[in-house]
Design a protein around this ligand. Structure first.
Ligand code: FAD
Length: 316
């Protein structure tokens, strides 16, 4: 079932999770254990991230060697497992960067045959690798281009325009939004205008980047509504679990940690960082639920311990 249908039919807020495929060569057993844990909360859908190829430079006897490496393949396989083993709707993430539009169409065809109704379309970040575009291949630059490609396919318009009897797909498309603005955007209103481009291209809902101050989310929703964006905006929540998150989260995701949270974690013993993070996430989640959000989306990634502690304190 489509995410948008889950949202429309729900008689209360939904809880969804986001997980990542194992590292290349890794065992899927750990991930299955994680999903076993998450299924206890009956998520209507689970997102699975997608990972672009990266350029790695290695010092060898022959000098510096450049290698292109995709560390976490497996998004499609994990989606098939989720749908067939757990009977939960899988939402694969799909990227512009490091995939040609032709590869994207092939991926969408695989998803269609697997009965996967949802995708979350994001651009991806610069990983140092730029896919060479030979032999008439083309690329999506912005997420809005990717959404348009999926919308076209939903209307039976594949890249080869002379296909006979091309069957329309029927994907529900979600996109990302940034309560603290995307780091490359000059300001929030401009960024919101680009979110609107994605909705105009066919996106049916938005999932936000993580934020630790709910005011950012409330303000973002206001800006989106003022810009004419009417689709559901699902807050994305990350639980701080380690002291190193004080630097890694702002560095990686370009978000701020409120002083009250950052000071408490800084002063705590390393093993107590997770207690503070869980308490903070519970407070955030309760306020969001009180304000009537359609759903909460937890960035779980590989470990369910913290989210289990949060869920045990929420009345959902
Ligand atoms: C919910 C969520 C899930 C994610 N999942 C993944 C994942 O699985 N894998 C992964 O690698 N990354 C993921 N990301 C990260 C994402 O790929 C990066 O944040 C990326 O830098 C931007 O992606 P986007 O889809 O928001 O890009 P876009 O919407 O394309 O926006 C990127 C930037 O370009 C600007 N822009 C957009 N359109 C235009 C235009 N026409 N002209 C000028 N500027 C424009 C925007 O304002 C923004 O600054 C996720 C992010 C979110 C919020």
């Amino acid at each position: 079932m489509k995410v948008i249908e889950h949202l429309e039919r729900a008689d209360g807020p939904l809880i969804s999770f986001e997980i990542i495929p194992p590292l290349r060569g890794g065992d899927v057993k750990g991930l299955l254990q994680l999903v076993d844990d998450l299924m206890e909360y009956k998520p209507p859908f689970i997102d699975i991230t997608s990972h672009a190829a990266e350029v790695i430079y290695e010092e060898t006897a022959q000098g510096i060697q450049r290698r292109v490496k995709r560390k976490r393949p497996g998004t499609l396989g994990v989606c098939a497992l989720l749908q067939n083993k757990y009977n939960v709707d899988a939402v694969p993430h799909i990227l512009c960067r490091s995939f040609t539009r032709e590869e994207t169409e092939d991926f969408l065809i695989e998803l269609k045959y697997l009965g996967i109704d949802n995708v979350l379309a994001v651009r991806g970040d610069d990983s140092g690798y730029k896919k060479p575009l030979q032999h008439g291949r083309s690329a999506n630059i912005y997420a809005s281009d990717l959404v348009q490609q999926i919308t076209d396919m939903n209307q039976g318009k594949y890249l080869e325009q002379d296909l006979l009897d091309a069957e329309p797909s029927s994907f529900c498309v979600g996109v990302g939004g940034y309560p603290e603005k995307h780091f490359e955007a000059p300001n929030l209103p401009t960024d919101v205008r680009h979110v609107k481009d994605k909705v105009d291209a066919g996106a049916e809902y938005i999932v936000t980047q993580m934020f630790f101050d709910n005011q950012h989310y409330f303000h973002f929703v206001e800006e989106c509504r003022a810009a004419g964006i009417e689709v559901p905006i699902i807050p994305g929540l990350k639980i701080l679990t380690h002291k190193r998150h004080l630097t890694s989260l702002p560095r990686t995701f370009h978000i701020e940690l409120p002083p009250e949270l950052a000071d408490a974690v800084e002063a705590a013993k390393p093993e107590h960082a997770v207690d503070i993070g869980v308490e903070w996430a519970v407070k955030q989640a309760k306020e969001l639920l009180d304000r009537g959000v359609p759903s909460l989306h937890f960035y779980v990634m590989t470990n369910s311990e913290a989210v289990k502690r949060v869920m045990s304190q929420l009345d959902v």
